[in-house]
Each structure stands twice: as C-alpha cells, then as structure tokens.
Design a protein around this ligand. Structure first.
Ligand SMILES: Nc1nc2c(ncn2[C@@H]2O[C@H](COP(=O)(O)OP(=O)(O)OP(=O)(O)O)[C@@H](O)[C@H]2O)c(=O)[nH]1
Ligand SMILES: [Mg+2]
Length: 619
C-alpha cells in the first residue's frame, strides 16, 4: 500500500462535536463552542490509527444538507464530493451525530450514507444523552444505518481508539469495492425514517431534562429574557473595571518601576529614551490592560460554552428582524466583540448573501477587544470612579454606554442599508438551541490562555514595531534648543497638518497623531499617546515618568476626551479588518464603502459629542 495517506473527513450537523473530536484525535486546538456555526473553514490534521498508520483528518463546517445553503455548508459539500481545490476526496467519511439530538441528526446522516461511500458513525455526546435520561443502543442504530456506529464522548476522550480503528477498517473495505450510491430518498421520507430509527435505537427515555426546559422558559421568555441578557452584559462591563483594578494597578506599578530602573542605571542618551519612552511607556501602556482583556474573554467564553450564546441569538432575533436582519447575524456580531476578523468570517454561516453583506458591513462597529484599552485609559482618566447605585460604578456605566453606542449605531446603519444598498426581505431564523453545559475548567483555561497570548503577542510585535516607528518619527529631526521636539519632528509636522481637519471635532495635535498609527492596531492609540507624552516630557527637568492618565488629565478637556471616545466607537481603525472584508466580499467595492461610511460616521459622532459637551459646559 504505497499510496497517498488516507483522508478522512468529519461531517455532521452543526454543534455535533466535530471539532471537539478533531482536537481530541489530532491534538489540534480548533475553536469549539456550544452553538451551531463555529467552524466555517476546513482544517486538516494528522491522526494515527492504532496500527500506527497516519491518516489526514479534515474538520469541516457543520451542515444540514448536501444542498448547501450558506458559504460554509458549500465548503463541506465540496470537500465530500471531492470538488474542493487542493483537497483530495476523503476516503472515509466520519459522520458525527449528537446522541442527545438523534432524530434531528439522522436526517442529514441518511443523505451522507446514501452516497454509498465508506462511512463510520461517531455517536457523540453519549454522556449528554445519559444525563438527559436517554439510553441508546448503538447496535440497533448500526443495523438501521448499515454502517459501523461507535459511541464517543469527545470532550472526555471516550471511544477515540475504537473510532480510529473503525476508520482504518472502513478504509480497508473501501479498497475492496467501489462506492455504491443508494437509491435516492426524499427529505420527507428521510424525516420519517429518522423518526423510526431514533425510536428503535432509544431504549429508554426518562424526563430528566426538566431543569433545562425550565431554564429556557425563563431565559427565553419574551419579556423576562431580554432584561436578563441586558443585565448579564451590564455585569460584564462592571466586572471589566472592578475586578481588573487590583491587577491592572499592579501591572502599572511594575511598568513604572521598570522605567525608573532603566532611568537609574542607564546614562541619558537617545537609546535610553527609546527604551523608556518607546518600549516601556508605549508598549507597557497597552500591556497593563491584560487583566481587562482576560476578564472580558472569561465572560464571552463562558457564554459560548454554556449554550447561552445561541439563546441570546434567539432572543435578539426579534429585535434584529426590526432592522432587516435575523438572529443569524447575532453570533457573528457578538464574536466581533472579540475581534471583527473572526466575526466577519463567522458570517459564512449566513445563507442569504445580502444578510451576510449587511452583517459584514456593520461588524466593525461592535466594540472589539482592541478598543478596550483605549476606552479604559480615557475613562479611567476622565470619569470619576464613583458609585451611582449599589454595585454600579460610573466608569463601568460609561464603558457599557460606549458598547451600546456601537450596537445602536450598527442597528441604525443596518436599517438604512437594508432599505437601500442591500435591500431585501428579512430571512427567517431557525437555529437549534444547544444543550446547556457547564464549561470545563480546562477548556476555559486554554481559551483564556490563547486570548491572553494573542494580546501579548500583538503587544510584542505589531504594537511594539509601530510604537518604535512612531518614536523615531517623533524624535527626528531633532529640535533646535528652545523648540518643542514634537512640533519639530516628522510625526509632529504631519499631525499639525492633520489637526486642521480634526480641529472641528476637538482633536488636538496629540490626538491627531494617535489615530494614524492606530490604523495598524487600535491599542496603538494608547501606546502612541504614552510615547508622545513621554517624548514631550523628556526635555523637562523632572525625569520621572508621569502616568499616562495624569498626562491626559492635564492636557485634555472632558469634551475632547469624550470626542475621542466617540471617534473610536465608529472609526474603521484597523487595516486587517478591511483586508478580511475584501476577501469575504471578493473585491474592493464593499471595503471601500465600509471605510468611507465609518469615517463619516466617526467624524459626525465626534463632532456632535464635542460640541454638545462643550455647550453643556463640561469643558
Ligand atoms: N458533554 C459533551 N460535550 C461535547 C462533546 N463533544 C463536543 N461537546 C461540546 O459540544 C459543543 C460543540 O462542539 P464543537 O466541536 O464545537 O461542534 P462542531 O460539530 O465542531 O460544531 P460546528 O463547528 O458549529 O459545526 C462544545 O461546547 C463542546 O465542548 C461530548 O462528547 N460530550
Ligand atoms: Mg466545528
């Protein structure tokens, strides 16, 4: 047998646990989460059979049918059929079924088995079925489907060896005879058969899942549900501030000490300035937000793992329909709170092209985690840390308001787009609700670690480089004695030019200076301000670092700060988002449109904020 390695593909309904199985079998770290539509691309990994032979295992997006409706389902169909470029047709199909949802998953299963190709069924999530009081007979299912059925629990690594062995056997059988497609069975027939098969395979069923049904009664209640969701999100933003404070203070102190050490032990020179003003002040000012990021992701990951995320989508469906979208757009939009890039990619699970395009266009308005440091630094400097109610801090409230401003802005834009450029009827929304699950500590820890690592890596690479470049542009050419270094520098000259345009929205030179490098990564706005003020202060007598917050307080007025925040709610700040929008819409037309309308919106919002605040006498 000296042929190409065997290829096996994981196929099944969304949320069946394909990626969890993939991770368990190959040691990969694909994203898994408890809602349908997590995986939108194929991903290959290597699995070793019990015989030691390697198999290429492909994880695929979930699918309800071989008649693909959405771009991610299309990937699955193409791979199964061997039409995907750069991917040989799988020799073995590993059909993943959710045992606790058997009847529903058997509908697509029959379609796949009907292809007559070597197939193995992974009867996954048998633990959840048991929890719900279901006992399933794999042998009955095996004889009904005519292919091997292996019970598995992906997240507990149960049944993996048996599954791997079955994959090997199926491959061996396939070499003996060719695929024999079975007679076509229509969808209604498959539905009926699925019902019969599930009935025959389920030995006993007790009504254990009452608690979860009762939870849904409350959480999905048309009146009680939305306030609960709202309250939950509110708690998240309070927590981002209050829980993070001790850790953030500690980190900030550590960065300060580091700067002082360098100042004490290295004689004054440009190189020392680069270290203190560029690296430590600049990059350090971003790194101190690690605790906030971790706390935010703790909540997002928990919502994803417990199954609440899909319920939130369900709750929001009605509101989304009001602006011409559906609950389908909710999860991509919510993912954009982490970063617009995975958010935009997640829109591949939306079938209607215009729904999808609208969602892509508004995704950047969801407050991504890179904006959190910008918001946090300004809020901490300008909004008093007072309580406005029991357990409600004013700072958390303002943060919450900024997130809400982004959401409301996005909804208004969606409404306008859906009645103009992306006109079309709102499509219906059906999403199966996943089972409630407690998140496993290990998965949560891995998820948080990955997030923290991404954040730190950004600080160490892109933010670091942009900050250094900015430091150079701020320091050259050198100022004449008595002249202001920043005004003399290349960066200062550019910023002074730009501030003519930005003056009407209350931006001073330093703010204008901060928003350009922030196009690389939004956190850079913070590091640029820190570096600018550190460079500006270098000539002063006092060499000790002044915390960025104090610098801001001394140099900005409240209306200026609010205007800066308003700008960051809407402005298209990161080039990677534009690049992904180009890829997902196949051209420059829509990203250009996105860029233009977001800039216009940001300018208007900052303008209105600045002048309203000024008129209110806040300056
Ligand atoms: N209890 C239990 N949970 C599981 C099992 N397999 C997967 N899960 C959980 O089920 C959820 C869905 O798993 P995924 O692997 O993301 O599902 P998927 O089939 O890849 O979903 P899509 O990518 O959306 O098609 C996650 O929360 C997993 O932790 C299992 O055998 N038992
Ligand atoms: Mg997946």
């Amino acid at each position: 047998m000296s042929r190409m390695p065997t290829v096996a593909a994981l196929v099944g309904n969304p949320n069946a646990g394909k990626s969890a199985l993939f991770n368990a079998l190959t040691g990969a770290r694909q994203k898994i989460a408890n809602y349908p539509g997590v995986t939108v691309e194929r991903k290959a990994g290597r699995l070793l059979l019990p015989t030691g032979e390697p198999v290429e295992l492909v994880d695929l997006p979930g699918s309800y049918s071989l008649d693909a409706a959405s771009p991610d389902e299309e990937v699955t169909r193409k791979v199964i059929m061997g039409e995907q470029e750069g991917q040989v047709r799988p020799d073995v199909i590993v059909l993943v079924l959710d045992s606790s949802n058997l009847e529903q998953h058997l509908v697509f299963a029959q379609e796949v088995i009907g292809l007559g190709r070597p197939t193995v069924v992974a009867l996954n999530m048998v633990d959840l079925a048991e929890r719900d009081g279901l006992v399933i007979d794999p042998a009955a299912l095996e004889s009904a489907l005519g292919v091997p059925v292996i019970p598995t629990v992906a997240v507990r690594r149960r049944g993996l060896t048996e599954l791997a062995a079955a994959i090997g056997e199926a491959r061996d059988r396939s070499q003996e005879h060719d695929a024999v497609p079975r007679p076509h069975v229509t969808l209604p027939e498959r539905r009926m058969l699925a019902h019969q098969m599930a009935d025959a395979a389920i030995i006993s069923e007790t009504a254990k899942h009452r608690i979860h049904a009762r939870m849904d009664k409350v959480l999905l209640h048309p009146w009680a549900g939305p306030p609960i969701l709202f309250a939950l999100l509110f708690v998240v933003f309070q927590a981002v501030f209050t829980w993070a404070t001790p850790f953030a203070d500690g980190l900030e102190a550590a960065v300060g000490v580091l700067g002082d050490l360098v100042r004490t032990y290295i004689p004054p020179s440009l190189a020392r300035d680069l270290l203190t003003d560029g690296v430590i002040a600049g990059v350090g000012s971003v790194v101190v937000f690690l605790p906030q990021i971790v706390i935010l992701f703790f909540f997002i990951l928990t919502m994803e793992a417990t199954g609440y995320m899909a319920r939130a989508a369900f709750l929001m469906d009605r509101m989304m329909a009001g602006v011409g979208l559906s609950g389908r757009s909710f999860i991509p939009l919510l993912s954009s709170f982490a970063c617009a890039i995975p958010g935009i990619m997640a829109t591949r699970s939306i079938a209607d092209p215009k729904d999808r395009l609208t969602t892509i266009l508004i995704a950047p308005m969801m407050t991504c985690s890179a904006r959190l440091p910008v918001y946090a630094v300004i809020i901490a400097a300008f909004i008093p840390n007072t309580k406005v109610g029991p357990g409600i801090g004013q700072q958390g409230l303002v943060l919450f308001a900024l997130y809400v401003a982004g959401i409301v802005g996005a909804m208004v834009v969606a409404l306008v787009l859906r009645s103009s450029v992306t006109k079309g009827a709102a499509s219906g929304f059906i999403m199966e609700l996943p089972k409630y699950q407690l998140p496993t500590i290990k998965d949560l820890a891995i998820g948080l670690w990955q997030r923290a690592w991404i954040f730190l890596r950004r600080a160490g690479t892109i933010i670091f480089m942009v900050t250094i470049a900015l430091w150079l542009l701020l320091n050259f050419p050198r100022a004449e004695p008595g002249q202001d270094q920043i005004n003399a520098s290349v960066a200062g000259t550019l910023a002074n030019g730009l501030s003519v345009v930005l003056e009407p929205i209350g931006f001073n030179r330093d703010m204008s200076l901060a928003i350009i490098p922030a196009m690389a990564a939004r956190e850079v706005a913070v590091s640029s301000l820190a570096t600018t003020y550190a460079v500006g202060a270098s000539d002063d007598e006092d060499q000790t670092a002044v915390a960025l917050g104090d610098q801001l307080k001394a140099r900005w007025t409240l209306p200026m700060a609010l205007s800066f925040l308003a700008w960051f709610v809407f402005a298209p700040q990161c080039l990677s988002t534009i690049a992904v929008a180009r890829r997902e819409t196949n051209g420059w037309k829509w990203p250009a449109f996105m860029l233009a309308y977001l800039f216009a919106l940001a300018y208007l919002a900052a303008f209105a904020t600045f002048w309203t605040a000024t008129a209110m006498g806040l300056g």
